[in-house]
Design a protein around this ligand. Structure first.
Ligand code: FES
Length: 382
């Protein structure tokens, strides 16, 4: 075991570089994973900065480059960045709501060498899709799905699953099949950022999850060989922590719109840690030498129950952001783990969802849409 731990402590290259080009977004999704304080970080890297980041990432050994946001199509230089990423030899993908994609832009991105587009839907119904994103985007997404097919990109669809759409999983899969999707990711909500703010509205019951999983399994058999279905397990109901971002500082390098380099989307909220900006340091210095990226590498930082746990190399203590959000201790075991002294916090949240479902009782607080005003308000109050 000591040998394995030392391998985990020694970082390899960041295989996956995620370029979060902007926090601007025409949608206002209630489960958005962008930081709740995004409105306080509106500055964006220039095209020249991003081109340098792409080059440095490739020199470090990154092989996949994702362009996300916010809505990355709001950046006019997206085609230029994709072309450079492709020239450097990355496998490139675009994570988009579809807003801003026209047939001309799709053709330009294809010509630039974009390998793959992941299109998000909020639901199979127009009513819930448009409610959850607080925009009228359902019809547009159907048109964008056709543009993706027309360009010959693999049709990859992503739908975040939660209490407000989980009963629609059957129709969501049927819609993906009708649109010609080759992959569908049913991503059960993880309670970070805006989803954490809205957790009482989004957390499903155990029975709802079991039914959704059974429906997915039935479709998986029916669609074998035509469409791949991924049902991303919800850790609140599992009792086992996930190996978040495949291990802190092991694989994933996230560059926020303002140039802050992060080991995950939300690490910027962790107290006592600082993360460098690509304007001030090279990616090599950031990845190998910065205290923020080294803070939770491997297993040396752990305390009990993680330190003496037989699963410590498997899950690496779970998610640091979730540990902090729930326990206010960045070094604690992830409270979704049944061995965590804070596990009761997760159990209480699930029990509250079960109780309210049985009573037909809505959450006391209103749902909060992701927008600038809410971002400023929430980060002043907190
Ligand atoms: Fe930050 Fe899991 S989301 S470590």
């Amino acid at each position: 075991m000591a040998g394995l731990a030392s391998v985990l402590d020694r970082p390899g290259p960041p295989l996956w570089l995620l370029a979060e080009l902007t926090y601007r977004c025409p949608l206002h999704c209630v489960f958005c994973y962008n930081p709740v304080d995004f409105a306080r970080h509106e500055q964006e890297l220039s095209t020249a900065d991003w081109l340098r980041v792409l080059r440095e990432g490739r020199e470090l050994g990154a092989v996949q480059c994702g362009f996300s946001g916010g809505e990355p199509l709001l950046r006019d230089d997206l085609e230029e960045l994709v072309a450079e990423a492709r020239r450097l030899g990355y496998y490139t993908n675009l994570l988009t709501s579809g807003v801003g994609l026209t047939a001309a832009r799709a053709a330009a991105l294809k010509a630039a060498g974009l390998d793959h587009v992941q299109l998000s839907f909020q639901d199979s119904t127009k009513e819930i899709n448009d409610f959850l994103s607080h925009t009228r985007t359902y019809d547009l997404k159907q048109r964008v799905a056709k543009m993706i097919r027309d360009q010959g990109w693999p049709m990859v669809m992503n739908v975040v699953i939660h209490r407000l759409n989980i009963e629609h999983v059957d129709r969501i899969i049927a819609m993906a099949a009708e649109l010609g999707a080759e992959y569908l990711e049913l991503a059960n909500t993880q309670y970070y950022s805006w989803a954490e703010v809205n957790r009482a509205h989004l957390l499903p019951t155990h029975d709802q999850l079991k039914r959704a999983e059974a429906v997915t399994d039935a479709w998986r058999e029916r669609l074998a060989g035509k469409m791949k279905l991924f049902f991303v397990a919800p850790d609140y109901h599992e009792g086992q922590p996930k190996r978040c971002v495949n291990g802190w500082g092991s694989t994933f390098l996230n560059i926020a719109p303002d140039g802050t380099a992060l080991p995950c989307h939300t690490a910027g909220m962790l107290p006592g840690l600082s993360f460098p900006n690509v304007r001030e340091a090279s990616l090599r210095e950031i990845w190998f030498d910065s205290p923020g990226f080294n803070r939770f590498r491997g297993t040396g930082w752990m305390k009990d129950p993680c330190r003496s746990c037989e699963h410590r190399e498997r899950d690496l203590g779970g998610c640091r952001c979730q540990a902090y959000m729930l326990s206010k201790d960045v070094d604690a075991a992830d409270p979704v783990c049944s061995k965590s002294p804070h596990h009761h916090l997760v159990q209480e949240a699930v029990a509250d969802a079960e109780r309210r479902a049985a009573a037909g009782e809505p959450p006391a607080q209103p749902i909060v849409f992701r927008d600038r005003a809410s971002s400023l308000k929430l980060t002043t109050c907190r």
